[in-house]
Design a protein around this ligand. Structure first.
Ligand code: APR
Ligand code: ZN
Length: 239
């Protein structure tokens, strides 16, 4: 751990990359942890895609009402707030996240690149106009302008990642001399390319994840015996 502390202190451009494991300690389930049975009720692989949006709108909406309810129940944990403070202190320059819960914003981070969009926004899939989140929560799922289907502002399987966000994340990753992965299985492409891009540009790579990832081979440090929250608290105390 001392080596990691030194690295964080001596690096001049640290980028953090987060996945669903960042938010499990807030209470939100992740997608692929073993033996958790969290998605017993729904199968995200079947529902989080364009086909379901277009052909099974009712099930699609039921699933996202459920997820929205989950996200609304929880809030950022200490680890999120530590990252918020680190950005203000200049210890990290930004966060690239696959999470759609908006917790990094809530915790005070400003340079947040949300590769998979956000649950904070809803829009009409036909006319693309933004729609009020409250209305979705209250059960209105058709567009007030054109009667199209309202959907969350997240990226579904089968859709492109938002180009501007992806481009910015690529630039930021290229500048990084330290790249820290927190809580991602690094199995979903193209987001999982970022640790490799960082390595190719000469960054040191730290992976903090309970389970093995396909990128572990490229990491300079791997932390598996601490939760993300524990890791961040310990770092924060020693910086
Ligand atoms: N501390 C450390 N590691 C953790 C913790 C924790 N508290 N909680 C979970 N993890 C680890 C798990 O071991 C797992 O390997 O976080 C990882 C989360 O991986 P996934 O569930 O696959 O989440 P993620 O990598 O973000 O998934 C990518 O897939 O369906 C999608 O769009 C969705 O953005 C998501 C994408
Ligand atoms: Zn519309």
């Amino acid at each position: 751990m001392e080596k990691i502390i030194d690295l964080i202190q001596s690096s001049s451009y640290t980028i953090v990359f987060t996945g669903a494991g960042m938010s499990t300690e807030s209470g939100l389930p992740d997608f692929r942890s073993k033996d958790r049975g969290l998605w017993e009720k729904f199968n995200p692989d079947e529902l989080a895609n364009v086909h379901a949006l277009e052909h099974s709108f009712e099930e699609f909406t039921e699933f996202y009402q459920f997820r929205l309810g989950e996200i609304n129940k929880y809030k950022p944990h200490e680890g999120h707030y530590i990252l918020g403070r680190w950005e203000k202190q200049g210890l990290i320059k930004g966060i690239i996240t696959q999470n759609v819960d908006g917790f990094h914003h809530d915790a005070g981070n400003e340079n947040v690149m949300e590769l998979h969009g956000t649950f904070r926004k809803f829009y009409c899939n036909r006319c693309k106009r933004e729609q009020k989140r409250e209305r979705y929560i209250n059960g209105e799922h058709q567009c007030s302008f054109c009667d199209g289907s309202i959907r969350p502002g997240i990226v579904l399987f089968g859709e492109m990642l938002p180009e501007d966000v992806f481009y910015k994340a690529e630039i930021e990753t290229g500048k990084a001399d330290l790249f820290i992965v927190l809580g991602s299985s690094l199995t979903v492409s193209p987001a999982n390319m970022f640790p490799m891009i960082a390595k190719e540009h000469g960054a040191k790579l730290i992976i903090v994840n309970r389970e093995v990832t396909p990128m572990d081979y490229y990491a300079d440090f791997i932390v598996r015996d601490k939760s993300i929250r524990e890791f961040l608290v310990e770092m924060d105390l020693n910086l």
